[in-house]
Design a protein around this ligand. Structure first.
Ligand code: PLP
Length: 582
């Protein structure tokens, strides 16, 4: 209910901030109502807080943003990652140089007085928490707890546990997961948060189930009732696994090994399996990923909630303005984007051109390269890792040259490789090689230090968003959804979310065979390259240059048939009705 601060007598001060309420009842409810505790190793709440590496963290951020907008009582738990993930610089040759992305939590959040203890490697490690308040314009608030072990009294080694996101070896990783899962549950308890459900965003936090077992007299049903698990990985090899020797060495005997093995697997502790066995509700992040997960874990009840992106965050100022004028209320009810048809074509195109000009200016400032606003611009940006196949479009250079003769194209790339992902780093160098090879013919740039800010510019400023992962490895993917919010048209392999989003020639174009086609790798690649070059040459280039009406019609469909559904407001409402209220 709207409250006039000067009129209400129901208020309270928490951590130096005053909260106003309309009644004693509302005030009590704010503090005592049951909450969803949302655990995520990475959270992308904004570019200045670099505690994310890619889609998983951005999804967590979008979940938080939508929950705040919709006033879903959710509290997030993550690690403070004081040195971030990495800051990327690239040499002339495309060699990735990595620097710590250090940030100062005290600039954005406040340190809570409470600390809890976890046992790691035979030592008591103190865990503190920073509290960040994400405030929605609708009045909703979501708190994020950033757990921190850099606390006076901890051994120097332990103070570094919450430094680097996905840094160090597996020993370091397990320590982080102990802090996140076990430390997180203890911190919520110390803060008297009334937790209705623990939602594990990926398996990194699944040690929390052990702590919950302990709290609930080892009653597995009780714990299952408390837990919700979202898996994000479609391959067995990518699940976090730890040897029981290491687990015992670090965790000690606080939790019976027999229980761990029963739920987490006999050979090694599989974090996905542990979460799966102790959650009543488990979901994949697209329908296809659900099917895949069911095959990986036969006999388990696995559902799906297809990912979405936070509409307001990922819509450029130019389109926000347009939507505000023609579709008021769209930001908190993105379904309304289905009415995009009432926006005149010229205005839609104009907004797109402005977003494109803003991107090209950014490209010029960053790289010195002057791209052309009239040229068909393709974007490709995501974590640089091999299954995403950033270089697929360069597979047949002559064909690329040929279609560029048909209608000019230009390419914008970005993406960081994990420091230990040598193949990912090689991919960046290869793109640099092609950049040099095609110099003077096709304008290509690689933007440094891909982050949320760069992502917002890129996904709104290009004409076509290219996506060429190797199926079935892209469980969902979300950057194409950002593009769709800005009338940018997707051209993508049928994997992850695009299987649900693509209507060929209507919402965008597909690359390669339909999903689930039993096909050998060389044949698949052949079909993909054929689509990639032929559709560019015979469909995409001619539509862009010669049939602008048709192009704008597809931009319309990107918004009205894709963005209206693939947003995190729809996603979080489904989590509420299907998982949280279960
Ligand atoms: C949205 C986003 C991603 C996810 O991109 P995918 O296409 O889903 O891989 C990764 N990194 C950043 C910075 C993003 O904003």
């Amino acid at each position: 209910m709207p409250v006039r601060p000067e009129k209400t007598k129901f208020k309270t001060e928490v951590r130096g901030r005053v909260y106003y309420f309309c009644s004693e009842y509302c005030k009590r409810r704010f503090f005592e109502r049951p909450r969803i505790a949302y655990f995520s190793m990475e959270v992308g709440i904004k570019s200045e807080i670099p505690t994310y590496s890619g889609g998983l963290g951005v999804l967590a951020g979008d979940t938080i943003r939508s929950s705040a907008d919709l006033r879903v009582p959710l509290t997030a738990v993550t690690l403070v990652s004081r040195k971030g993930y990495l800051k990327q610089k690239l040499t002339e040759e495309g060699e990735q140089l990595e620097y710590p992305d250090e940030w100062d939590p005290s600039k954005y959040m406040s340190l809570l007085p409470q600390t809890v203890r976890v046992r790691i490697d035979g030592r008591e490690v103190k865990v503190g928490a920073w509290i960040y308040e994400h405030q929605s314009v609708t009045g909703g608030v979501v708190f994020i707890l950033f757990l921190d072990t850099d606390i006076e009294g901890n051994a120097p080694e332990d103070r570094r546990i919450t430094d680097v996101l996905y840094g160090g070896d597996e020993r370091y990783r397990l320590k982080q997961e102990i802090v996140l899962g076990i430390g997180g549950v203890r911190m919520l308890k110390a803060l008297d948060v009334n937790v209705a459900k623990y939602h594990m965003n990926e398996g990194h936090s699944s040690l929390l189930t052990l702590e919950l077992l302990k709290e609930n007299d080892m009653d597995e049903d009780k714990v299952k009732n408390l837990c919700v698990f979202t898996t994000h990985t479609p391959v067995e090899a990518a699940f976090d696994k730890f040897s029981y020797d290491l687990v015992q060495e670090l965790l000690g005997d606080e939790y019976p090994l027999e229980v761990l093995k029963r739920h987490g697997g006999q050979d090694r502790l599989n974090m996905t399996l542990l979460a799966l066995n102790l959650s009543k509700y488990t979901n994949g992040v697209t329908k296809e990923h659900m099917e895949y997960s069911r095959k990986l874990f036969p006999g388990y009840h696995i559902m799906s909630v297809t990912n979405g992106v936070h509409s307001y965050t990922w819509t450029s100022p130019y389109f926000r303005h347009l939507f505000d004028r023609y579709i008021p209320g769209w930001a908190n009810e993105p379904e309304l984007l289905v009415r995009v048809g009432i926006i005149p074509d010229e205005e839609l195109w104009e907004a797109h051109v402005k977003a494109k000009e803003a991107l090209l200016k950014f490209v010029k400032d960053e790289t010195g390269v002057e791209m052309e606003v009239d040229a068909l611009t393709l974007g490709f940006a995501r974590r640089a890792t091999s299954y995403k196949r950033a270089t697929l479009i360069f597979s047949e250079i002559d064909k690329l040259r040929e279609l560029n003769g048909f209608g000019k194209i230009q390419l914008v790339f970005a993406g960081k490789a994990h420091p230990r992902d040598l193949e990912g780093k090689r991919t960046i160098k290869e793109i640099y090689k092609y950049m040099r090879m095609l110099k003077g013919e096709i304008k290509i740039v690689y933007l440094e230090n891909y982050n949320m800010e760069v992502a917002a510019k890129l996904t709104s400023g290009v004409d076509v968003w290219l996506n060429t992962p190797l199926p079935p490895l892209e469980a969902s993917g979300t950057s194409g959804m950002k593009a769709a919010h800005n009338g940018v048209i997707n051209f993508s392999v049928l994997d992850g979310w695009w299987i649900e989003g693509c209507i060929e020639g209507v919402t965008g174009w597909s690359i390669g065979p339909p999903p689930n086609e039993r096909i050998e790798e060389t044949k698949r690649r052949e079909m993909e390259l054929e689509d990639l070059y032929n559709k560019l040459k015979y469909l995409i280039i001619p539509t862009f240059y010669d049939r602008r009406d048709e192009w704008v019609n597809m931009m319309n469909n990107s918004i009205g048939k894709v963005a209206y559904y693939f947003n995190s407001h729809r996603m979080i409402r489904r989590y509420v009705t299907e998982a949280y209220l279960l």
